[in-house]
Design a protein around this ligand. Structure first.
Ligand code: MN
Length: 230
C-alpha cells in the first residue's frame, strides 16, 4: 500500500502507572452543571447534548509538567472550562447507564478551551459551534488514572485557579447527567470505541484567560493539570 501523504501520529495520553492511551475521538457534554447552565442562560433541566473536538486538539500534559497552549486566532474572549474527562476502555452502542461503569478505563483532568465570542456568534446565527470549540490545542489533558486504581469517581471537588486565584469550583456529584447517564445518551447516538474521551461538562465560573496566564485545575483523586497560555 502506498500512502500519498504522511499519516498523522495518534494522540497518546500517558497513563499514571505506565503505558499510553491512544485517543480515538473526543466527545464533550454541554452545560452539565446547573449553576453553569444558569450562567449561560438556561435552566439546567434540558436533555444532554454533545459536541466534538478533533483527537489532535488534545494537548497532552505529563504529570508534574506545565503544558503550554498558544492564544488562538480570531478570538478576544478565550474561556477556560475545567472538566472531568472519562476515558472509554470497552466500546459499545446502546449502553445502559447501569452497565456504563464497566466501559470506563479511567479518568483525567481536561480543559475545554472555548472561543466564547465565536461560539456565541454561531449560537446566535444557529450555526455549528466548531469554530468556537473544536480549534487547535482546545483540549489540554493530564494523565489518565485507571478506574482500577481510583474506583468510580462519583463525587469530589473540581476546581480551577488562574494565577493562583480560584475561578471555578464544583463537585462531581453536581453533574446534571451523571457519567453513567452520559454514556447511555452518548452511546445511543454513536458507537463508543476504546480510545474515546468524554469531557463531562464544567462547573460555574467560566471566564477569560489572556497570554501569560497560568491555569491550574484539579479533580479530587486525579492531582492537578497546569497549563500556561502564551
Ligand atoms: Mn465544556
Amino acid at each position: 500500500m502506498t500512502l500519498v501523504v504522511t499519516p498523522h501520529a495518534p494522540t497518546l495520553v500517558p497513563v499514571a502507572g505506565g503505558g499510553n492511551y491512544p485517543v480515538h475521538r473526543i466527545y464533550c457534554v454541554g452545560r452539565n452543571y446547573a449553576e453553569h447552565a444558569q450562567e449561560m442562560g438556561f435552566t439546567g433541566r434540558e436533555p444532554p447534548f454533545f459536541f466534538m473536538k478533533p483527537a489532535d486538539a488534545a494537548v497532552v500534559v505529563p504529570d508534574g509538567e506545565t503544558g503550554v497552549i498558544d492564544y488562538p486566532t480570531l478570538t478576544a474572549n478565550l474561556h477556560h472550562e475545567i472538566e472531568l474527562v472519562v476515558a472509554i476502555g470497552t466500546g459499545g452502542a446502546g449502553i445502559r447507564a447501569a452497565d456504563a461503569a464497566g466501559h470506563i478505563y479511567g479518568y483525567a483532568i481536561g480543559l475545554d478551551m472555548t472561543r466564547r465570542d465565536l461560539q456565541g456568534e454561531m449560537k446566535k446565527q444557529g450555526r455549528p459551534w466548531c469554530i468556537g470549540k473544536a480549534f487547535d490545542q482546545s483540549a489540554p489533558i493530564g494523565p489518565i488514572h485507571p478506574k482500577a486504581v481510583t474506583g468510580e469517581l462519583l463525587r469530589g471537588a473540581i476546581t480551577l485557579d488562574v494565577n493562583g486565584v480560584r475561578r471555578q469550583k464544583g463537585d462531581l456529584s453536581e453533574l446534571i447527567w451523571s457519567v453513567n447517564e452520559t454514556i447511555e445518551h452518548l452511546s445511543a447516538a454513536w458507537t463508543l470505541q476504546p480510545g474515546d474521551l468524554i469531557f463531562t461538562g464544567t462547573p460555574a465560573g467560566v471566564a477569560a484567560v489572556v497570554r501569560a496566564d497560568v491555569m491550574e485545575g484539579s479533580v479530587a483523586g486525579l492531582g492537578t493539570l497546569r497549563v500556561a497560555v502564551r
